[in-house]
Write a protein that binds this ligand. Structure first.
Ligand code: PMP
Length: 285
């Protein structure tokens, strides 16, 4: 079965799905995106993803291209047409096609909307979670508005590639004070020696992860010791546990940072429990 993409009002086989070379997403990375987990054919935490999308659009002064209801229908239809059971749905909105000029094109320029969906190998992801992953640390060289989920991801691409070349799955980005901001495509968490869950507080220097927000709600509801603050790389090395959160990987235990084993070098109890229970707290639609 060939994969199907939604492109500006039409559902097309991927081989025919295209936007212009003058699309501002292609020329300037002038656009935003969302990735939503698909579980048993349903969208996970769609409302939170759509709220974040609205915020990203507002921050780059781009009007929402269609109603929330219409957009939701497109997301579900793309999942259905691709027969995705477990996987992800990807949505990208750019400032449309226009003659290359840095400033915004005329206000009536239609935005470009692209949606794709693909299945993931659930068993492989579960194995990854059971084994735990390795991360490396690299300097955070991104711009200062990474709270906007922009398609400009070159620093994240380079960090992820560096991780891969060193046999790791994720890169943790480190600010000038030596503190971890987040992963190249995930939020970063540790559990301190005295059992406190720690993740960086929201601001312009991290993406407000949807998975992070659900986990924060769970942690608070369960009354676990929790500190929303930046932590240093040294603190992470000495942590009892570490893990990352993202829509495509939920909660993934980290067992090595820069080659050093974390805790006893195996996935931690808290991370494992949060992963196991995640979908009881998430919203399916
Ligand atoms: N930070 C970055 C830089 C990301 O790319 C992602 C994944 N999109 C996240 C955090 C996690 O966000 P979410 O839980 O919404 O997938």
């Amino acid at each position: 079965m060939s994969r199907i993409a939604y492109v500006n009002g039409r559902y097309l086989p991927l081989s025919h799905a295209a936007v212009s070379i003058e699309d501002r997403g292609y020329q300037f990375a002038d656009g935003v995106y969302e990735v939503c987990e698909v579980r048993a054919g349903r969208l996970v935490d769609e409302r939170r993803h759509m709220a974040r999308l609205d915020r990203s659009l507002r921050e780059i002064h781009l009007a929402r291209p269609m109603s929330a209801k219409a957009l939701s229908a497109v997301l579900h239809e793309t999942v259905r047409r691709n027969r995705v059971y477990d996987g992800i749905v990807y949505l990208q909105i750019t400032r449309g096609v226009a003659r290359r000029d840095f400033a915004f094109p005329p206000a009536d320029t239609p935005v470009s909307v692209v949606v794709t969906a693909r299945g993931s190998d659930r068993a492989r992801l579960e194995q990854l979670a059971a084994d735990g992953i390795a991360v490396i640390t690299v300097p955070d060289s991104r711009w200062r508005r990474v709270d906007i989920k922009s398609v400009a991801l070159l620093p994240n691409v380079l960090a992820k590639q560096a991780a891969r070349e060193q046999g790791a799955r994720e890169a943790w980005l480190v600010d000038e004070a030596g503190r971890v901001t987040e992963g190249a495509s995930s939020n970063a968490w540790i559990v301190s020696r005295d059992g406190k869950l720690i993740t960086r507080s929201l601001g312009n220097d991290i993406l407000a992860g949807v998975t992070r927000s659900v986990v924060v709600d769970v942690v608070k509801a369960q009354g676990l010791a929790f500190e929303e603050r930046a932590f240093s790389v040294e603190e992470a090395y000495a942590a009892r546990e570490a893990f990352v959160t993202s829509a495509s990987q939920i909660v993934l235990p980290v067992v090595r940072i820069d080659g050093r084993p974390i805790g006893n070098g195996a996935p931690g109890l808290i991370a494992t429990a949060l992963r196991r229970d995640y979908h009881r707290h998430a919203e399916l639609s």
